[in-house]
Design a protein around this ligand. Structure first.
Ligand code: SF4
Ligand code: SF4
Length: 95
């Protein structure tokens, strides 16, 4: 049976001296901060949030432009209350 290698704390502090100053404070999803005490995948949580935000910011017209006319609500075959969704989306990205 193979022996288990004891966990040793790794020191990645040297990486900070290679990174450009512009990168400071920005998560690069490297997961060197693992393990998270709550079990979060810190890198992926940040990556998905940043991806969504970047895509959203590139939209020509964003959810906050909704004038609550109700047209989409009346046309949606799946009965989505889209006016409420637009408010939720606008709130989420503008928090
Ligand atoms: S994943 Fe963790 S270690 Fe890597 S940049 Fe983000 S916060 Fe820092
Ligand atoms: S209610 Fe629907 S159709 Fe009207 S502005 Fe908002 S998103 Fe557009």
């Amino acid at each position: 049976m193979a022996s288990v290698t004891p966990h040793r704390k790794k020191d990645y502090s040297v990486l900070g001296s290679f990174a450009s100053q512009r990168a400071m404070g920005k998560c690069v999803y490297c997961n060197h901060c693992q393990p998270c005490l709550a079990g979060l995948d810190v890198g992926l949580n940040n990556k998905y949030y940043d991806l969504a935000r970047n895509h959203y910011e590139n939209l020509a017209v964003k959810a906050e432009s909704c004038v609550r006319c109700g047209h989409c609500d009346s046309q949606c075959p799946f009965h989505v209350i889209q006016m409420a969704r637009m408010q939720e989306i606008a709130g989420y990205f503008n928090c």
